[in-house]
Structure formats: C-alpha cells, structure tokens
Design a protein around this ligand. Structure first.
Ligand code: NAP
Length: 319
C-alpha cells in the first residue's frame, strides 16, 4: 500500500487508545509506527496515565486486578508481536492537512516521518496541585480518579480537592466506600452545577472545608495526612486523611495540533462518525477526544474504532 518512505499509519500516543490502535493496525498489515513519547513524570510519558496508577481492578479480563504499568506493557508486547514499530520520542510538530501527513520527532536530527494517515491518541492529563509529596504518593493515597481507585478506600477518610462538577461527583461517588469524605475547596462557594451542590451539601457523609487549600501531602509509603491552610482564618493545620482525590480539571494533550485539528472550547479534539477529525485521514481516539468517560477500557475501545476507521479510509483512498 505504501511507498518506501511513507507509512500507512502513524499513531501518536501509547496509552490504552494508542496501543489498541497499534494492535489492530498491525494485525491489518498496516505496519504502524507508534510515537510513544519519552520517559518523564507526566502523563505524556510512554503508556500514558495508567503508568501513574497502581492496581487496575476494572479492566475486563483481569479478575484479580493488574498493575497499570503491567497492563500497558502487555498491550505494547501484543502490538510488537504483530509487527508494530515503537519510536520512543515525542512529536514536536505536525503538518496534517495535506495528502501526505508529516510528523517531526524530538530527536537531535528533528527526524521527519511521513504517512498517509495519522491516529491521534495523546490523551489528557489531570491538572495537579503541584505541592510537596503529591507526585511521590500518586497511586499511594493520592489519586485523580475516584472511579478507578475509590474501592481501595473502604472505611477510610478521604478528601477531594476542587469545587467543580468533577470534584462533587467524585465526592458523592466516594461516599459509597469511605467513612467520611471532605471536600476541600479554596473558596467559599462552588462553581459546580446547583443540583450537584445540593447533593453534596446534603449528604450525611460529606463535610465541606471552605476556603481551604492543601499545602502538602504527608506519608512514607502511603498518604496519612495533609497540611491544610484556611485562607479566611490564615491558619495552617495537619489533617488526617487516607486518600486525597485531586479533581481540579483535566487538560487534553493537544498543543501540537492547535490550528490544524478542530477542537472544542476546552481543547478536546472533535470527532464525528466514529473517530474522524475534520482532517481527511486523521483520526482521534481515547481521552484526547473524550472528556466524559475517561476510562482505560473506553479509550481502548475507541483505539480499536480508530484503527478500523483508518484501515477503511486507506482502503478506499489508496488500494
Ligand atoms: P472545573 O469546572 O474547571 O472546576 C475546577 C475546580 O477546581 C474549581 O472549583 C477550581 O476552583 C478548582 N481548582 C482549579 N485549580 C485549582 C488549584 N490549583 N487548587 C485548588 N483548586 C483548584 O473542572 P471540572 O470540575 O473538572 O469540570 C470541567 C467541565 O466538565 C465543567 O464544564 C463541568 O461542568 C463538566 N463536568 C460535568 C459533569 C456532569 O455534568 N456530570 C461532571 C464532571 C464535569 P475555583 O472554583 O476557585 O476556580
């Protein structure tokens, strides 16, 4: 299907969406190149956000749970088995509107790759508080996903940081498990919808700590307390907590695609008819185009869809 220098498909991103797209396109003999990112402490490292979690208990097929990094490594091995080629670099620049898609890598030579189609699976990152202890205890008491990790906090004390719909939704979800849920919000009013505010404020297991900021998270191997600051009283105090859920928003990793791929007002890629973007031959899957479900399994499902959409598109345009 391709000439020597032009790949059929380049996949940008290597979380569950990118890796599933890799498995499917490799099995379809499309010889995908996956630009998987470079090791770093953020969600744009190879493997995406699951590399920052511990146990994953809700991915079907693993009744005893599986560690996030192990799940990602298994998906990667599966893609390699079918001939996918991984490139451990970031993408620095793209030109996606032409018939031939061009992608530049973060290596010393600024290598340029060409392809007929591109699958964007760069994911999203949770915004973090950027305080002492936070990244060290991520996965060990600090979490960004109640749906993923809430179960581990049965009969424990948890805090949720934020005052938007996400924070309140997470807090209400966590009441199923935790003894008590503290919503820690930096102001004296929520920005969440009225209905969510009412639900949270009336919930017997929820207590709201207004005008309160988290300054530090403490614990050797697991979170055991946080340092809080009441900005109305100008008072700092230690507070016992077993879990801290940071729910201050997400940001899709779409910087390099701005001005080319159509995005919504929050920077998420807009997809229609499955995984199609506004650009012919460019597809998007996973959290980079999904601000609703944000689960590993839904990302994997949309990665599969993107691979099938890309294969069909290549067949009708290049065979
Ligand atoms: P959001 O609405 O932007 O709220 C973020 C919250 O985090 C705000 O309360 C903000 O405080 C706080 N915050 C931001 N940076 C902070 C920091 N550094 N330290 C402490 N607090 C910080 O984000 P979201 O809740 O993720 O919601 C995003 C969008 O999705 C919204 O449009 C929301 O309505 C929607 N959503 C809808 C649903 C639903 O309908 N079921 C569920 C989830 C989300 P301030 O208020 O002081 O700025």
């Amino acid at each position: 299907m391709s000439t020597e220098d032009i790949s059929d498909v380049i996949i940008v991103g290597s979380g569950p969406a990118g890796l599933t797209a890799a498995i499917y396109t490799a099995r379809a003999n499309l010889n995908p190149k996956i630009i998987e990112g470079e090791p770093s402490s953020n969600s744009d490292q190879p493997g995406g956000q699951l590399m920052l979690t511990t146990e994953v208990e809700n991915f079907p097929g693993f009744p005893d749970g599986i560690l996030g990094p192990e799940l990602m490594n298994k998906m990667r091995d599966q893609a390699i088995k079918f001939g996918a080629e991984f490139i451990t670099k970031k993408v620095t620049k793209v030109e996606l509107s032409g018939k031939i898609k061009r992608v530049w890598l973060s290596d010393a030579e600024n290598t340029e790759l060409k392809a007929h189609s591109v699958i964007v699976a760069t994911g999203a990152k949770s915004l973090m508080l950027d305080i002492e202890g936070e990244s060290r205890l991520l996965g060990y008491g600090v979490s960004t996903c109640a749906t993923c990790d809430g179960f581990f906090f049965r009969n424990k004390l948890v805090g949720v940081v934020g005052g938007g719909d996400s924070a309140l939704e997470e807090a209400i979800f966590l009441t199923k498990f935790a003894t008590k849920v503290y919503i820690i919000h930096r102001r004296d009013s929520f920005r969440a919808s009225k209905i969510m505010q009412k639900r949270a404020e009336n919930h017997e297991k929820i207590e709201i700590l207004w005008n309160t900021e988290v300054k530090r998270v403490n614990g050797d191997t697991n979170l055991d307390s946080v340092l809080l600051y009441n900005n109305a009283l100008n008072k700092e105090y230690e507070f016992e907590l077993n879990g801290l859920f940071v729910a201050i928003g997400h940001s899709p990793n779409t910087e390099i695609f701005k001005g080319q791929i159509l995005m919504d007002e929050n920077g998420y890629i807009v997809t229609t008819n499955g995984t199609k973007t506004n650009l012919d031959g460019v597809f998007a899957c996973g959290d980079v185009q999904d601000h609703i479900y944000k689960q590993a399994i839904t990302a994997a499902g949309s990665g599969c869809a993107a691979a099938i959409d890309a294969e069909k598109w290549l067949n009708s345009n290049f065979s």
